[in-house]
Design a protein around this ligand. Structure first.
Ligand SMILES: Nc1ncnc2c1ncn2[C@@H]1O[C@H](COP(=O)(O)OP(=O)(O)OP(=O)(O)O)[C@@H](O)[C@H]1O
Ligand SMILES: [Mg+2]
Length: 363
């Protein structure tokens, strides 16, 4: 504590205190006479001054200490064979003090150097940590922006699809219906010309097929049922249609009720569609189990599991496959995750989990 105090009071003050201490020791040495050795006590002020002040002041104190010691010694020259001996002893003692001063100076310099290096390294480390944190934050920001962009793009795509679907349905559908009516009218007018009527009926059949196709394309672009019935009934319809079309048996288990906003319901509907398309195209399955469960009132879990050949063989092998990638992006855009994996008891399982609170439909 006292040394700390010395350190902060400045170098000259330390020297002054060292000098007082040295004078005190020198006086005691003088009073106690030459028989009692005090050599080691002189080292106390010299060491303190060297450590807390500097090497030169330590050396000055060594000179003063040696002088005091010699003065104390020459008081009684009779005990020496030659009067030069106390001066020789003084020189030896000064050398001893000098070595101690130099050693303390070196140790102090080493310690200061070490402290400086530790400080530099700590500063470097802190800088690196800050830079890494900055990079991580930037990366997080970019990922969030990208995810937001994907979400917007999908939204735009859905809106655009819905618009094109409406246009195709309204414009093309109505024009085709008008053509068909016109054909029927010409047929009626030319009932006495069976050849022409037959040709017109053939054209009319083609128009009928085209109308059906237009409806199909329009329905695929934006599932109308989603708007008309809502999410869950649309899923039920989709599953029923799939089963009818493919002869693959489907067990749909819906647990809980949920009304999602158009963006979320479209995205999940597309995930269902792509999963079922994959089952039909790749799985060779005879049965699909689909479950949809609202968990803890805050998340929705969807599972689509088939009993087919499993996914491990073909998965990731085709760079052009976009279905699963698209499903994953859709799940991510809803803040959720989607995984496709081989089920433990065979077949393939698509599993989706999304938080629902931010995707609920508010009227
Ligand atoms: N239910 C499944 N059973 C078995 N294999 C599957 C199943 N679903 C997907 N796969 C495998 O995973 C691959 C990737 O599927 P993904 O839907 O990404 O692409 P795709 O269906 O081949 O092409 P598209 O881009 O038209 O969807 C498929 O080619 C298929 O080999
Ligand atoms: Mg696919």
């Amino acid at each position: 504590m006292k040394l700390d105090y010395l350190n902060i009071t400045g170098k000259s003050k330390v020297f002054f205190i060292g000098f007082i201490l040295l004078a005190l020791i020198g006086s005691i040495d003088f009073i106690t006479g030459v028989e009692i050795s005090f050599s080691v006590f002189y080292l106390i002020p010299i060491s303190i001054v060297t450590w807390y002040s500097n090497k030169n002041l330590g050396l000055i104190l060594s000179v003063l200490g040696t002088a005091m010691w010699v003065i104390a010694d020459i008081q009684d020259l009779s005990r020496y064979a030659s009067p030069a001996i106390p001066y020789w002893n003084g020189l030896v003692r000064f050398s001893f003090f000098t070595i101690i001063v130099l050693l303390i100076h070196e140790i102090k310099a080493f310690k200061d150097n070490l402290e400086e290096k530790v400080k530099e390294k700590t500063a470097d480390l802190l800088k690196e940590i800050n830079e890494r944190k900055k990079t991580t934050d930037e990366l997080k920001n970019k990922t969030e922006q990208l995810s937001e962009l994907t979400k917007r793009l999908q939204n735009v795509r859905e809106e655009e699809n819905a618009r094109i679907a409406r246009e195709i349905h309204d414009e093309l559908g109505q024009s085709l219906t008008a053509i068909k009516m016109e054909l029927m009218w010409i047929c009626k007018k030319n009932s006495n010309n069976p050849k022409l009527v037959q040709s017109l009926l053939l054209i009319s059949e083609t128009v009928d097929d085209t109308i059906k196709n237009v409806r199909k394309i329009s329905a695929n672009l934006r599932p109308k049922l989603l708007d008309q019935l809502g999410f869950l009934p649309a899923i039920e319809w989709q599953v029923k249609e799939f089963s009818k079309r493919t002869k693959i048996k489907c067990d749909l288990d819906i647990n809980g009720t949920i009304e999602l906003n158009p963006f979320a319901s479209s995205a999940l509907f597309r995930i269902f569609q792509e999963s079922l398309t994959n089952v039909a195209r790749h799985s060779e399955a005879s049965r699909v189990k689909l479950s949809l469960e609202v968990k803890d009132n805050n998340s929705l879990e969807i599972k689509i599991k088939d009993n087919g050949i499993g996914i491990s063989n073909g998965f990731n092998s085709k760079k052009t496959s976009l279905g699963i990638l698209g499903m994953k992006e859709r799940a991510q855009s809803l803040g959720g995750i989607l995984s496709v994996a081989e089920a433990p008891d065979g077949g393939t399982e698509v599993s989706v989990r999304i938080p629902i609170n931010e995707h609920l439909k508010y009227d």
